[in-house]
Ligand binder design. Structure first.
Ligand SMILES: [Fe+2]
Length: 292
C-alpha cells in the first residue's frame, strides 16, 4: 500500500494527534476538479435506479455536485443541522482508535486528496471521491448516521482483536458493501459499491455473488475479501434494521458469534435468508483469497 501521508503531500510532523488537517480547498488544481467531475458524472448516471432513494436525497441536499470537489465547510453547514455530523479532512487511513473516536463524536474522517487521472478506475486507499461521494450522502439519514456513531462508540468499548474484527465485519458488510430492500426492489447503499462503477453493476446484477438477508451474528462470523468484489452481499430490509450496537445487544450478538465457527466469504448456511445463491463464476478458478 502506498503511504497515505505521501499521497496527501503532508509531512508526518504536520499531522496532529487526531489526524485532522485543513482541507486546503484552494490547493486543488483544475485537473483535480475535472477528475471529480468525471467521476461524479459517470457514477451518478450509473447509480440511477440502483442506489436507494435516501442516497440521492442526501447528495442533493448537501449540494454534492459534478461541478467540482465539495468544500467541507459548505457540506458541514447542512450536515451538522440535519444529523449532528461533520466531515473532517485527514491525510489517509487513520489508526483504529482515532477512527472510532471521530465516529463516536460524529466526525467523519475523509481523505482530502483525489486520485490521479491514471487511477481513475481503481485506487487502493480511500480518496475524497470514495469518502465524500460514497459515504457522506447517507450521513443525512438519521438511522445510518446513528449507526455509524454507535459503531465508533462500540469500537472504543471493545479491546479483544477478534471482537474488533467481528465488529469491523458489520461495518464492511453494511456501510461499505451493504444492499437494502426497498419498495422499488433491491438497491445499493454501501459506499464501497456506490463509489465503484464495476461493483455497482456486479453487486446488484451479477449472478456470481450470494445475496443473503442481513443477520448481525451471521455477518460478524463472515470474513471478507479485500482484493476483489465481494463473494457475498448482505441485504438489510430497511435502514431501521441497521444492527443494534448499544452495549447489551452488541454483547449478546458478540457472544453468539464467538460461540460459532468463522465463515468464509463464500459460505451459504441452511439458516440463511437467501435472496440469491451465487454461481461463484467471478471468483473462479479458486485461489487463496485475501481475507480479513
Ligand atoms: Fe469507506
Amino acid at each position: 500500500m502506498s503511504d497515505p501521508f505521501l499521497r496527501s503531500g503532508l509531512r508526518p510532523d504536520e499531522i496532529p494527534a487526531d489526524f485532522v488537517v485543513d482541507q486546503r480547498f484552494e490547493a486543488y488544481s483544475p485537473a483535480d476538479h475535472e477528475t471529480w467531475s468525471r467521476l461524479h458524472r459517470r457514477q451518478a448516471e450509473l447509480l440511477r435506479g440502483r442506489v436507494c432513494d435516501e442516497y440521492f436525497e442526501g447528495l442533493d441536499a448537501l449540494g454534492i455536485a459534478a461541478d467540482g470537489i465539495p468544500n467541507f465547510r459548505a457540506l458541514n453547514r447542512v450536515l451538522e443541522r440535519a444529523t449532528g455530523w461533520q466531515v473532517v479532512a485527514v491525510p489517509g487511513l487513520v489508526p483504529d482508535r482515532v477512527f472510532f473516536t471521530h465516529l463516536a463524536e460524529r466526525r467523519f474522517p475523509a481523505g482530502f486528496w483525489i486520485r490521479r487521472p491514471e487511477e481513475f478506475d481503481y485506487i487502493e486507499e480511500p480518496d475524497i471521491f470514495h469518502d465524500i461521494f460514497g459515504h457522506v450522502p447517507l450521513l443525512m439519514n438519521r438511522s445510518y448516521a446513528d449507526f455509524v456513531a454507535a459503531y465508533g462508540a462500540a469500537g472504543l468499548r471493545l479491546t479483544e482483536p477478534d471482537d474488533l474484527a467481528r465488529l469491523a465485519r458489520l461495518y464492511w458488510y453494511s456501510v461499505e458493501f451493504g444492499l437494502i430492500e426497498t419498495n422499488a426492489g433491491l438497491r445499493i447503499f454501501g459506499a464501497g459499491i456506490a463509489s465503484s462503477p464495476g461493483e455497482t453493476i456486479f453487486a446488484l446484477e451479477s449472478t456470481s455473488p450470494n445475496r443473503i438477508g442481513f443477520d448481525t451474528t451471521r455477518v460478524m462470523r463472515t470474513r471478507y475479501r479485500i482484493d476483489d468484489y465481494q463473494q457475498s452481499y448482505f441485504v438489510l430490509p430497511g435502514f431501521d434494521a441497521m444492527p443494534e450496537l448499544d452495549e447489551a445487544p452488541l454483547s449478546a450478538a458478540m457472544a453468539a458469534a464467538r460461540a460459532q465457527s468463522e465463515l468464509g466469504p463464500e459460505a451459504v448456511l441452511s439458516g440463511d435468508r437467501l435472496l440469491h445463491r451465487g454461481e461463484g463464476t467471478h471468483h473462479q478458478p479458486p485461489q487463496q483469497p485475501l481475507v480479513a
